[in-house]
Write a new protein. Sequence first.
Lengths: 267, 469, 341
Amino acid sequence: MSCDTCDTCGLPDDGDDRQKFDGVVALAGNPNTGKSTVFNALTGLRQHTGNWPGKTVARAEGRFTHENKTYKLVDLPGTYSLLSASEDEQIARDFILFGRPSCTVVVADATCLERNLNLVLQVLEISDRVVVCVNLVDEAKRKGIQVDAGQLEKDLGVPVVKTTARSGRGLSELVSKVVGVIEGRCQTHPHRVDLGQGVGEAVSRLVPMVNEVAPGLPNARWVAMRLLDGDWRIREALLNGELSQVAERQQAPAESFSNKMALEGSQ
Amino acid sequence: MKLDGYTPRPVADLLDQAEEARRALGEGFRDRVVESIYKDATEIAGRSVEYGERRRVDLDLLVDKVVLSPIFGLPLMIALLGLIFWATIIGANYPSQMLATGLFWVEAQGTLLFDYLGAPWWLTGFIWHGIYRGLAWVIAVMLPPMMIFFPCFTILEDLGYLPRVAFNLDWLFKKSGGHGKQALTMSMGFGCNAAGVIACRVIDSPRERLIAILTNNFVPCNGRYPTLILIAVLFVAAGFSPTAASAVAAGTVLTIVVLGVITTLIVSAALSRTVLKGEASAFTLELPSYRRPSIARIIYTSLIDRTIFVLMRAVMTAIPAGAVIWLLGNITAGGTPLATHVSDFLEPFAYQFGLDGVIILAYIIAIPANEIVVPTILMIYLGEGMMTEDISQDSLRQVLVEQHGWTMLTAVNLMLFSLLHNPCATTIITMWKETRSLRWTTLGAVGPLVIAFGVCFVVAQAARLLGWG
Amino acid sequence: MATLINQNQDGPKLPRWRRVINWLGRWPGQRDRRAVEDLLKHVHACQERGQGASAESAAGAIGWSARRAVKVIASVEALGLIRSTSKGLELTDGGTQLAVSVIRAHRLWERYLADEAGMPLTQVHAEANRREHDREGGRVDRLDAALGYPQSDPHGDPIPRADGRLAEFAGTPLMSWSSGRPARITHIEDEPASVFDQIVATGLMPGQVITVEGSTPEGLRVAFNGRKSVLAPVIAANVFVQAVPQDAAPAPARSLSSLEQGGEAVIRGFDQGLRGFHRRRLLDLGLTPGTPIRAERVSMFRDPRAYRVRGSLVALRREQADRVHIEEGSPSPSAQTGATS
């Protein structure tokens, strides 16, 4: 049942996509948050489904356009967390980390935001290019639950958009915030979880060492945490230099996009 | 931790330090990390979420009272399932006939065209009466039911009802070593076993997922209903008045379905106590609040993702089957078609199981797609070198009973065999794709066949001992 | 998780014990290598208990004929892994190293099978016996890391580290423990299997706090997990305990499964027996200590039940709810409103 080639089958090569699209957006979220409704609403019928390479986990991909630019949208498996190391979680985690999406949208359920924030906070540890989409706002309203997006934005340090994906409400705002993050117009200061005494100290002892090994990594703290957890995938990525590559590319994404646009313009 | 000599010093230091630190932190590490994350989550949510007046009548609560009620829960579930079956069978009937008429008209035109072009009879026959007719049959029988069944199923899924079915039935599956979500994969299997096998992905634990994959075949799919319904109508319901007959036929099919569910539970239990040993593991199931389904999603998932997908696979396997049927019906040796030779050869073997040689042959040919079992049986009986369109019920009964000696025993065993026998080629391929294991796929294909023959053998021998059949 | 472990990757540097294995490679067949490792394990176990190992003890423990035991011992002695002394068989340095690496693999596999694969405790020992001989290419180290460097196996035995360091066997037999003093179970002997099965059936497991209340002709009267029971001498002799600080002994806890429909409580923590993937999954769903929880729905057959936690409705089976400890407490205002939504 389990895929024997798990760690080696790698991620879909998005090298081509970087050429074809103006950005790759990953869609993460808990199950039952209306994530696929958001996906369908954004992509319409411009989507195709298949499997993650070598896995029996469904993968949906589509594209959406905004101001004459086309973005690729990748629907990640719905997960409650990224820590349990189930197959779904590994796929989602690996894509957010090694797939280097230009932006990750985390869809959260407004009716039980607290539970959904678990995943949001974990994604914020991995990437700083995140937009939080608080979905099912209408349902929450029916239940008398109000979400203060401004306050949430302040606390999380990334854009927060309230949506009702089924009726399409809030989606255009979501797209423009996502594009804002991709183009670097929107600066984010993601929230970092207070890890408490013991774990926090161990992590802060490791962080300088991680920075030495892979300079420029935006998520050295998270890498340190994963190493403490015995995460073999991260360990290998450190050993074979994959993490350093992530760091290099993270440093100049905006530049590569403008290069690409310049190329297109000259043609 | 062992590292090779090429590891740069800083990396090795980092890894050593991490391992030491982890040992110092002890086994509560993961608990503490999640606790810290949730601590922040609680604080943040506390600041930004406001709970106002809730409405006096909570619809979710009311609906759950009925759906999860020990009294209404089960009847409601059966009623809903029955309603979907009914809608599928009744609703698909007319479109199926239209589709068949249309597709067979195309066949007639194609034949004419080939004749006009002066093609030899065997080429025309092979292409149009063999390959094309097999294809047309599968499409006509499969497509309309799936276009009704899958959207209905997706609506229940989107409503949030299906997780509650899993919740209600989990106890049964726990007892047989499975997972409550197996109920979902089984209901999906009513549409198509291949789709049911894919649906097993919703089960996290590999062990329970395998059990669900290996047993999905025991719920009869759309392709097998026509056989079950036809036999139920011709044999079981025949003795009743016309008004009662349809109810009796429906009851017979329902009995078969229940038998299938019981078999699933028994086989699951057997698997989990032998080759798939282990405790029923992590059961966590979220019960989402009820939601209005989104139409676009239903259309997309049910039609494009499921229907087209299943149909394409079925078409790919129906083509060779159509070709083989035509060849068997048209290659003659000593004046009789090959099909008759083979079925005569199989006859003594089949007799032990209360079936006959023709049925066994039809099932061998129908490995790619179960839809063509009945047409193949008729083809061989009627001695026409091609699959036959429906003929009237009375003459059909006459052919089966008077000319070919079918008894009640034959009918019962045919239904049992149809329920229990090996999955179709599409499902077998899907099993392989989902498990990536030749071993499990073989078990999933051969196991049911052994069970089917075993059950038929016992029933036939017992019936004959009692002087019945 | 499983995917992590099944993968066979060649570790770069050969540890010392591997060189011995390679040398053993000249031996015909896998079965002989297994025999060597089984014997080394047996001698190691005897040494730990302070008993002398002999051909008879090996034959009895491993299930060999006396002739085979003598034959294997002779060959292993020729390999320089054991030597005969007046007190019986003894491991040489090389033998100790090899034995410890086998034990490490065995105990890590037991931990994995119990925690991640959800295998019943009564089955893990036999399965680990099968898997312990395959230690190719860093497989065991990956397992160690993936499990978070566990310190003990499910029976409470310490797991040797990659460099061969092995914590001392700690614990006093429960039989000789004074009554009234709470003790923590450190170890449950997993052989003979029939006795171990009985111990598991009583619900005892390493990590639990147990108090001896007195002895009767039938056995020891004990209290654990809020229950009282009498342990037969054959069971008590196979349970080893350690002192636990008086104040650290937890007050008896209520389990979540005892919460009636509509009842509310606060989660206090999880049972020691809830580990690995199951434990992580419950934590991920937000069942962390201090979280208010409410028993909201019961399914048709009374099991599973659905609980309202952090605004979402999560179904748990009885076995899982048994392992979640709760205490009385009034939920915080936000959770209360969430609970009624």
